[in-house]
Ligand binder design. Structure first.
Ligand SMILES: Nc1nc2c(ncn2[C@@H]2O[C@H](COP(=O)(O)OP(=O)(O)OP(=O)(O)O)[C@@H](O)[C@H]2O)c(=O)[nH]1
Length: 225
């Protein structure tokens, strides 16, 4: 399944996120390249479709071939931030193609599937590839997807949390099917990137972990009001 966005599967990795223009009214300094990574079938395309179009297309799984992107403008603290979200193929045979794209990325969303132990065990290998090919200061977020399929869960939430803590990256479980935490994951990334772009040296650093926890509390506190 392919995202419905504007990207070409054969776009050049040298194409900087800022070259995409500013006709949507966003500040060009706040245009960020974000890449979805993780094993084949963990739900990268589905997560992007849910975020972009607010829908989940059930049915047969068709693996991504190569790489493509979708542009999405989000508003953070009344500021428009444009995320250029690249959906990569998880299959091993496309790995050398996708490595070329890591270098220009400001953020990486790394997914595993909570119903697949192998996809979780492979996260360490993904992180070492990231450390090899991506920029040192890239924002990384770990996502345990398919949280709606609780009957088939094989990776505990605590295991995701422990791994994320070990690598010092934020973590949450998501469901591309129900939309659980999908917007929050992308908004947290957008906010972190926006804060980095506008932050003055003497200001305290934005804490993405605290932001995510406060947003989760906000949504659980008010869900039944
Ligand atoms: N129940 C459930 N199914 C999901 C979820 N996310 C994805 N799926 C299903 O899992 C399968 C794989 O999803 P994709 O989004 O194509 O996976 P991908 O990571 O993009 O795979 P590649 O393109 O091969 O890298 C599809 O059948 C989806 O419908 C989810 O959150 N919940």
């Amino acid at each position: 399944m392919r995202p419905g966005g504007a990207g070409s599967a054969h776009a050049s990795p040298a194409m900087d996120a800022r070259t995409a223009g500013s006709q949507d009214g966003y500040n060009e300094d706040l245009l960020h390249k974000t890449i979805l990574l993780g094993d084949s079938g963990v739900g990268k395309t589905s997560l992007l479709v849910q975020f972009d179009q607010g829908k989940f297309i059930p049915g047969s799984f068709s693996a991504t071939v190569g790489i493509g992107f979708t542009n999405k403008v989000v508003t953070v603290d009344d500021v428009k931030v444009k995320l250029q979200i690249w959906d990569t193929a998880g299959q091993e045979r496309f790995r050398s193609v996708t490595h070329a794209y890591y270098r220009d990325a400001q953020a990486l969303l790394l997914l595993y599937d909570i119903t697949s132990k192998m996809s979780f065990d492979n996260i360490r290998a993904w992180l070492s590839e990231i450390h090899e090919y991506a920029q040192k200061d890239v924002v990384i977020m770990l996502l345990g997807n398919k949280a709606d399929v609780s009957s088939e869960r094989v990776v505990r939430t605590e295991d995701g949390e422990t791994l994320a803590r070990e690598y010092g990256v934020p973590f949450m479980e998501t469901s591309a099917k129900t939309g659980m935490n999908v917007e929050l994951a992308f908004l947290a990334i957008a906010k972190e990137l926006k804060e980095r772009a506008v932050q003055q040296l003497d200001e305290p650093r934005f804490q993405i972990h605290d932001y995510i926890e406060s947003q989760k509390k906000k949504s659980s506190c008010c869900a039944f009001i």
